[in-house]
Ligand binder design. Structure first.
Ligand SMILES: NC(=O)c1ccc[n+]([C@@H]2O[C@H](COP(=O)([O-])OP(=O)(O)OC[C@H]3O[C@@H](n4cnc5c(N)ncnc54)[C@H](O)[C@@H]3O)[C@@H](O)[C@H]2O)c1
Length: 334
């Protein structure tokens, strides 16, 4: 079988996770590495055998790529996507897909016009436990959903770029937009679309952190189109305990997800035995394989989150942000 030529735009932390995953997939050949920090691109070009670039347009002109992985921080999107769209090269983009809805909308429109295949890296949608719960909740709609991410006080360290841009609201959007986007996306996947959002924040608990201007905690309440409610949260000021959780309660089923891997315990009314579904250790490989297969077979139905869908998740997190800044309930046009 002919190999698919893969390129990277952004060669930081998450790109490394995808490179490791793709190195396990026989049909993938990593041939292009692009980063504004050329040295980083060169490191991976040497490791995996390929060419290094500093500008996305140069990479797409020089190489015949079948797919590109865009692994950029929220504030750095735009040129990468537009270059791939113009060249007609399918891409997988990391979450959150952008810092602003305006730019994401322009990209989504251009993708639609071109009819380009895309994927967004909401890898939890590929988990067995998530899809088992989804099947149950399609018959028994969730009434109450609780979830979010709780972590300790961030410590920016110039040797880890993410730790520096992450604490800056204008660059990351804050923890709810940047990180809890995974939970928000799962709420959309399992419970359906949102209609209204309100939010409160906590600030002033984390102090003396260089560049820090994000919220210490955010609490968001969401009215869902199915009639249920979701209460979601972020906190990056809890140093004694924390974690990632998502608990979904329907009339006769409950799914309690825990940890980054979203191990799940599913309970059913009247059944003593719970269903336990552990997480997949190689979730990036599963997600990347699905996208490559979709590209190879020209079959977008293999992709569980595309750009247009991920744009809805971005819109919901940004609606929560608007609810915060205006202290009003924000209605979503869905
Ligand atoms: N799916 C997940 O579980 C997961 C996990 C971690 C990070 N992420 C997401 O991945 C994205 C990137 O995170 P990261 O940890 O890799 O960040 P990072 O800061 O480690 O890496 C980003 C890389 O992009 C490069 N870059 C910045 N602007 C660029 C540009 N215009 N052109 C080319 N390269 C550019 C930087 O030099 C850096 O090497 C974030 O949105 C983050 O939320 C997702």
């Amino acid at each position: 079988m002919a190999k698919l030529n893969v390129g990277f735009i952004g060669c930081g932390g998450i790109a490394q996770a995808h490179m490791t995953a793709l190195s396990q997939i026989a049909s993938a050949q990593m041939v292009g590495f692009c980063d504004i920090d050329l040295e980083k691109a060169q490191t991976y070009a040497e490791q995996y055998g390929g060419r290094a670039f500093q500008v996305p347009g140069d990479m797409l002109e020089a190489l015949k790529l079948h797919a590109v992985w865009i692994c950029l921080p929220p504030f750095a999107h735009g040129v990468a996507e537009m270059t791939c769209i113009e060249a007609g090269v399918p891409f997988m983009v990391e979450k959150p897909i952008n810092r602003t809805a305006q730019q994401a909308r322009r990209i989504a429109d251009a993708i639609e016009q071109k009819g380009l295949m895309t994927a967004a890296a909401y890898m939890n949608r590929y988990r067995k436990g998530v899809n088992r719960a989804k099947a149950l909740f399609e018959e028994d709609p969730p009434v109450l959903t609780l979830g979010g991410w709780i972590s300790g006080t961030p410590q920016p360290d110039p040797s880890r770029p993410i730790s520096v841009w992450w604490v800056q609201k204008e660059k990351s959007g804050g923890q709810f937009v940047e990180q809890v986007t995974h939970t928000v996306d799962l709420v959309r996947y399992l419970c359906g679309e949102a209609m209204q959002v309100s939010a409160f924040s906590a600030t002033g608990f984390n102090t003396n952190i260089p560049g820090y201007n994000i919220e210490d905690a955010v609490g968001v309440s969401i009215k869902l189109a199915n009639g249920g409610v979701a209460l979601l949260y972020s906190c990056c000021a809890s140093n004694a305990a924390g974690g990632i959780s998502l608990n979904v309660y329907a009339h006769d089923h409950a799914a309690l997800f825990s940890g980054w891997g979203h191990d799940v315990t599913i309970s059913t009314t009247g059944r003593k035995k719970h269903e336990e579904i552990p997480s997949e250790p190689n979730i990036f490989e599963i997600e990347d394989q699905a996208f490559l297969r979709a590209v190879e077979k020209q079959n977008p139905s293999l992709i569980k989150s595309d750009y247009a869908d991920a744009f809805k998740t971005l819109q919901l997190t940004l609606a929560a942000d608007r609810a915060l800044s205006t202290a009003r309930i924000v209605k979503l046009g869905m």
